[in-house]
Ligand binder design. Sequence first.
Ligand SMILES: [Zn+2]
Length: 244
Amino acid sequence: MYLLWTERPVRLPREEETHAWMETNRPWERFGLDLVYDNAPGDWIHYSEIFHATWERAREQGTGFLNVESDVIPTLDAFRAVLGCPQPICVVPYESYADPDAKIRAAHGGPKNWGAVIEERCRGGWDAHNARGGEEWAVSADLGFVRFGPAACQKVLPEESKLRLNHGLLHWTIFEQFRSKDPRDERGRVHLHWPGLLQSHLNFDEGDLAHWNPGDYATLLRTHRDYMTPGVLEIMRRYLGGSL
Ligand SMILES: [Zn+2]
């Protein structure tokens, strides 16, 4: 079983806690995982490439892989849960703070915005909501802490699941591959494990900015300014000059 752990070449503040946890607990040694560590320069396209390459290695060797993103703070129990589960795809959800609404809801003690999507039948069709603590099956999830078992990795990911634009999101294309084509199927195939994890992604930072083209900066500033780090605001200031 591979363990894919990716970081930026120059670590972002939101990656520090995860890095410290990984170095302290060394889950690859503790759980006998084959570590694939990557901190090569790159953006989301690079992440997509290393994700696909690890998937392909797992497929060829008849094993699976566990993906840990650089800003999700794991726990040993989370590793034990997904490694000890017989289901093909297991996720430990985490709060998606990058969504400004989620931050506001969390600040007011409202429902957590867990990064997994559940679909349910409703009058006239289907309704979707973010997972609530304890819900067991989702149709898709963020990729921050996910284990794809050997059976899941036998699927050949199609060419179109490789990102060619920074502002694509890999998890949409990956989980789409496992969505049931049977309209009578009542549940998704992504197995959720609780309690959820924390992540350190509290602000819109340089990593997020890498998804966007400078032509979008003015719009971005209007919608995300309250959540931008000083570093991002400085980049904006340099680009937009007096209009900031
Ligand atoms: Zn499971």
